[in-house]
Design a protein around this ligand. Structure first.
Ligand SMILES: NC(=O)c1ccc[n+]([C@@H]2O[C@H](COP(=O)([O-])OP(=O)(O)OC[C@H]3O[C@@H](n4cnc5c(N)ncnc54)[C@H](O)[C@@H]3O)[C@@H](O)[C@H]2O)c1
Length: 340
């Protein structure tokens, strides 16, 4: 019998790629999502999934009955969106996800994977790994740490819990995000004919392709429980720590448009570099897609009209600001602050 996996946030940028990978691997998939960015990202697989339109702060325990694994991706998904209403960010990204983990455990789910972020490290000199101190600089990063601390202690022999600290993601997906730097630069070159950076682009950042980070969730639920239970893994590859100015240069080089890349002079030293040795050592996980692959697939998606740089939904913070101001991000949920 097919195992069932719930993907919260399954209509999102990473989720919509992950749902397809799970279907390809023979899982039954339920998607728990408010569909803030619409349902189009799952249009061609809609008949193959069980969509559940609900808030993670409101989802009922019955939804988790008979489910093998939960991949918990629903969140206000970046730093600026997290600052629009910090309390809402904590309610959803921290308490909402801890609530999901509790409900999953009570319902007898075997595996739970939290979508966390390398942003928990903040800006720090030197190389960072899972043993490094965290340094949350935003509500979004703080909520990720609190969520990790809320879900990891639930791990026991019958409930395997893992947190994945994903690098900054790039590449085409079915709900597109042009607020992510690689995608933004590629979209800007395609749409405006140039990339203009105000800063000097010196900062280092860790990156990972959307298909690679999605695959990590599957590798975790298929791994020997002893290797992943109660563990935190960074998801990415050491070679994908790249300076922002080199991302811009790569966009120009890959697309044969070096002359259209302008790197500014304003100094920016807010760097961090992350090691990904643990996931490689423990799970044998290796990324399969390069920065160049991601640039090309975003470019081709734009050329084929699969996405548009001008679509208001592709900039996460702008879209959430619009939802908040037009009162569409209302909190008509039963849950009011308690974990259960
Ligand atoms: N994209 C990245 O670079 C990146 C990097 C590190 C970590 N992450 C984390 O990975 C996860 C997925 O990110 P993404 O880029 O796919 O984001 P996304 O914004 O594209 O997707 C998030 C999805 O969650 C849904 N959602 C939001 N709040 C909800 C709620 N209260 N109840 C139900 N559904 C809700 C949205 O409708 C959306 O479909 C997030 O937790 C994010 O913080 C992303």
């Amino acid at each position: 019998m097919k195992k069932t996996v719930i993907v919260t946030g399954g209509a999102g940028y990473i989720g919509s790629t992950l749902v397809r990978l799970l279907l390809d691997r023979g899982y039954s998939v339920k998607v728990v999502d408010r569909f803030f960015f619409g349902k189009e990202s799952l249009a061609d697989v809609w008949d193959q999934i069980e969509p559940i339109k609900t808030d993670i702060r409101d989802v009922r325990q019955e939804v988790f009955e008979g489910v093998y694994a939960v991949m918990d991706l629903a969140a206000l998904s970046n730093d600026p969106a997290g600052e629009l209403d910090p309390q809402k960010t904590l309610d959803i990204n921290y308490l909402g996800r801890v609530r999901v983990a509790h409900l999953a455990k009570r319902a007898g789910v075997k595996r739970y994977v939290l979508a966390s972020s390398c942003s928990v490290y903040g800006f720090q000199d030197g190389w960072l790994d899972e043993t490094s101190p965290v340094n949350p600089l935003t509500t979004y990063a703080e909520a990720n740490i609190l969520a990790e601390r809320g879900v990891l202690p639930l791990a026991d022999e019958s409930f395997v819990v893992t947190a994945l600290r994903q690098a900054t993601v790039f590449g085409y997906s079915y709900r597109m995000r042009f607020d992510l730097v690689v995608n933004d630069m590629t979209g800007s070159l395609f749409t405006k004919g140039k990339v203009v950076m105000i800063s000097d682009g010196e900062p280092w950042r860790p990156f990972v392709h959307v298909k690679d980070t999605a695959r990590a969730f599957i590798e975790v639920i298929e791994a020997d429980a002893k290797k992943v239970n109660g563990e935190v893994f960074n998801v990415g590859d050491n070679s994908l720590n790249i300076q922002i100015k080199d991302v811009a240069k790569a966009v120009g080089r890959v697309l044969g448009r070096e002359g259209d890349i302008e790197i500014g002079g304003v100094p920016d030293h807010r760097s961090y570099k992350v090691k990904f040795d643990k996931i490689n050592r423990v799970l044998g996980y290796k990324t399969q897609y390069s920065l160049e692959d991601g640039i090309m697939d975003v470019w081709n998606a734009l050329k084929e009209g699969k996405t548009s740089y001008d679509d208001p939904k592709v900039r996460t913070v702008n879209w959430y600001r619009y939802l908040l101001e037009s009162k569409k991000l209302v909190d008509e949920v039963a849950y009011r602050g308690e974990i259960l």
